[in-house]
Design a protein around this ligand. Structure first.
Ligand code: AMP
Length: 145
Protein backbone atom coordinates (compact mmCIF):
# COMPACT_ATOMS: atom_id res chain seq x y z
CA UNK A 1 0.00 0.00 0.00
CA UNK A 2 2.70 2.50 0.95
CA UNK A 3 4.51 2.04 -2.37
CA UNK A 4 2.62 5.20 -3.26
CA UNK A 5 5.02 7.15 -1.05
CA UNK A 6 7.97 5.86 -3.08
CA UNK A 7 6.35 7.09 -6.26
CA UNK A 8 8.94 9.56 -7.54
CA UNK A 9 6.49 11.04 -10.02
CA UNK A 10 4.25 12.09 -7.12
CA UNK A 11 6.98 13.14 -4.72
CA UNK A 12 8.70 15.36 -7.28
CA UNK A 13 5.45 16.83 -8.44
CA UNK A 14 5.24 20.55 -8.00
CA UNK A 15 2.55 21.81 -5.69
CA UNK A 16 1.39 24.57 -8.01
CA UNK A 17 -1.77 22.86 -9.19
CA UNK A 18 -2.95 22.35 -5.59
CA UNK A 19 -2.69 25.96 -4.49
CA UNK A 20 -5.58 28.24 -3.51
CA UNK A 21 -4.65 31.67 -4.90
CA UNK A 22 -4.43 34.73 -2.63
CA UNK A 23 -7.57 36.34 -4.07
CA UNK A 24 -9.62 33.37 -2.84
CA UNK A 25 -8.04 33.29 0.62
CA UNK A 26 -9.74 35.05 3.54
CA UNK A 27 -7.19 37.20 5.41
CA UNK A 28 -6.90 40.10 7.84
CA UNK A 29 -4.52 43.04 8.17
CA UNK A 30 -2.03 43.61 11.00
CA UNK A 31 -3.88 46.62 12.40
CA UNK A 32 -7.40 45.21 12.25
CA UNK A 33 -9.17 45.07 15.64
CA UNK A 34 -9.65 41.57 17.04
CA UNK A 35 -13.38 42.04 16.62
CA UNK A 36 -12.97 42.26 12.84
CA UNK A 37 -10.72 39.19 12.76
CA UNK A 38 -13.19 37.19 14.83
CA UNK A 39 -16.03 38.17 12.50
CA UNK A 40 -14.03 37.06 9.43
CA UNK A 41 -13.09 33.78 11.11
CA UNK A 42 -16.61 32.96 12.28
CA UNK A 43 -18.32 34.00 9.04
CA UNK A 44 -15.81 32.16 6.84
CA UNK A 45 -15.84 29.07 9.03
CA UNK A 46 -12.03 28.80 8.92
CA UNK A 47 -10.03 27.97 12.02
CA UNK A 48 -7.09 30.23 11.15
CA UNK A 49 -6.30 32.73 8.41
CA UNK A 50 -3.19 34.65 7.26
CA UNK A 51 -2.28 38.11 8.54
CA UNK A 52 -0.89 40.47 5.89
CA UNK A 53 0.33 44.05 5.76
CA UNK A 54 -0.86 46.63 3.26
CA UNK A 55 1.77 45.42 0.78
CA UNK A 56 0.60 41.78 1.05
CA UNK A 57 3.63 40.67 3.03
CA UNK A 58 2.83 37.70 5.31
CA UNK A 59 3.32 38.43 9.04
CA UNK A 60 1.47 35.65 10.84
CA UNK A 61 -1.70 33.68 11.43
CA UNK A 62 -4.71 34.51 13.54
CA UNK A 63 -7.13 31.89 14.83
CA UNK A 64 -10.32 31.72 16.85
CA UNK A 65 -8.47 30.04 19.71
CA UNK A 66 -5.72 32.71 19.84
CA UNK A 67 -8.40 35.43 20.00
CA UNK A 68 -10.44 33.66 22.69
CA UNK A 69 -7.31 33.02 24.70
CA UNK A 70 -6.33 36.69 24.52
CA UNK A 71 -9.71 37.70 25.99
CA UNK A 72 -9.32 35.61 29.11
CA UNK A 73 -8.66 37.60 32.25
CA UNK A 74 -8.10 36.00 35.65
CA UNK A 75 -11.81 35.65 36.33
CA UNK A 76 -13.70 37.09 33.39
CA UNK A 77 -13.73 37.13 29.63
CA UNK A 78 -12.69 40.70 28.83
CA UNK A 79 -14.84 41.34 25.79
CA UNK A 80 -13.70 44.98 25.48
CA UNK A 81 -10.32 43.67 24.29
CA UNK A 82 -12.04 42.76 21.02
CA UNK A 83 -12.06 46.48 20.23
CA UNK A 84 -8.98 47.59 22.14
CA UNK A 85 -6.50 45.05 20.78
CA UNK A 86 -5.34 44.57 17.22
CA UNK A 87 -4.38 41.43 15.32
CA UNK A 88 -0.63 42.24 15.52
CA UNK A 89 -0.84 42.13 19.36
CA UNK A 90 -1.81 38.47 19.54
CA UNK A 91 -1.14 36.70 16.21
CA UNK A 92 1.05 33.62 15.84
CA UNK A 93 4.26 34.68 14.08
CA UNK A 94 5.89 31.29 13.78
CA UNK A 95 4.20 30.41 10.49
CA UNK A 96 4.92 27.43 8.24
CA UNK A 97 5.74 28.73 4.76
CA UNK A 98 6.85 27.18 1.51
CA UNK A 99 7.92 28.51 -1.86
CA UNK A 100 5.86 27.95 -4.97
CA UNK A 101 8.48 25.63 -6.47
CA UNK A 102 8.56 23.32 -3.42
CA UNK A 103 8.10 19.62 -4.10
CA UNK A 104 5.07 17.63 -3.06
CA UNK A 105 7.30 15.64 -0.69
CA UNK A 106 8.22 18.81 1.23
CA UNK A 107 4.57 19.88 1.44
CA UNK A 108 3.52 16.43 2.63
CA UNK A 109 6.06 16.57 5.46
CA UNK A 110 4.95 20.05 6.55
CA UNK A 111 1.28 19.03 6.44
CA UNK A 112 1.83 16.52 9.26
CA UNK A 113 1.77 19.36 11.78
CA UNK A 114 -0.13 22.04 9.89
CA UNK A 115 -3.66 21.96 8.40
CA UNK A 116 -2.50 24.53 5.84
CA UNK A 117 0.67 26.31 4.76
CA UNK A 118 1.21 29.76 3.33
CA UNK A 119 3.07 30.04 0.06
CA UNK A 120 5.28 33.13 -0.19
CA UNK A 121 7.55 34.49 -2.90
CA UNK A 122 11.24 35.32 -2.41
CA UNK A 123 10.28 38.70 -0.87
CA UNK A 124 7.91 37.20 1.67
CA UNK A 125 4.84 38.35 -0.28
CA UNK A 126 1.80 36.16 0.21
CA UNK A 127 0.93 34.17 -2.91
CA UNK A 128 -1.46 31.37 -1.94
CA UNK A 129 -2.17 28.60 0.55
CA UNK A 130 -1.82 24.84 0.37
CA UNK A 131 -4.15 22.75 2.53
CA UNK A 132 -3.60 19.34 4.04
CA UNK A 133 -6.95 18.42 2.48
CA UNK A 134 -5.67 18.95 -1.09
CA UNK A 135 -2.46 17.04 -0.32
CA UNK A 136 -4.40 14.06 1.05
CA UNK A 137 -6.83 14.21 -1.87
CA UNK A 138 -3.93 13.84 -4.30
CA UNK A 139 -2.41 10.98 -2.31
CA UNK A 140 -5.82 9.29 -2.29
CA UNK A 141 -6.13 9.75 -6.05
CA UNK A 142 -2.78 8.01 -6.58
CA UNK A 143 -3.75 5.23 -4.16
CA UNK A 144 -6.87 4.45 -6.15
CA UNK A 145 -5.26 4.66 -9.58
P1 AMP B 1 -9.79 22.81 4.69
O1 AMP B 1 -8.80 21.84 4.18
O2 AMP B 1 -10.61 23.42 3.61
O3 AMP B 1 -10.58 22.28 5.84
O4 AMP B 1 -8.93 24.02 5.27
C1 AMP B 1 -8.06 23.84 6.36
C2 AMP B 1 -7.72 25.20 6.91
O5 AMP B 1 -7.03 25.95 5.89
C3 AMP B 1 -8.93 26.08 7.26
O6 AMP B 1 -9.43 25.86 8.56
C4 AMP B 1 -8.31 27.45 7.16
O7 AMP B 1 -7.53 27.71 8.32
C5 AMP B 1 -7.40 27.31 5.96
N1 AMP B 1 -8.10 27.68 4.72
C6 AMP B 1 -8.57 26.84 3.76
N2 AMP B 1 -9.14 27.53 2.73
C7 AMP B 1 -9.04 28.84 3.07
C8 AMP B 1 -9.43 30.07 2.43
N3 AMP B 1 -10.05 30.11 1.25
N4 AMP B 1 -9.17 31.24 3.08
C9 AMP B 1 -8.53 31.24 4.28
N5 AMP B 1 -8.11 30.12 4.92
C10 AMP B 1 -8.37 28.94 4.34
Amino acid sequence: MFDILKNQQLMDKEIEELLIPAEKVAHVQLNNPLEHALLVLVKSGYTAIPVLDTKDKLHGLISKSIILDSLLGLEFIEVDKLQNKIVADVMETDVPTIQQDATFARALTLSINHPFMCVVDENGLFVSILTRRSILALVSKYLHM
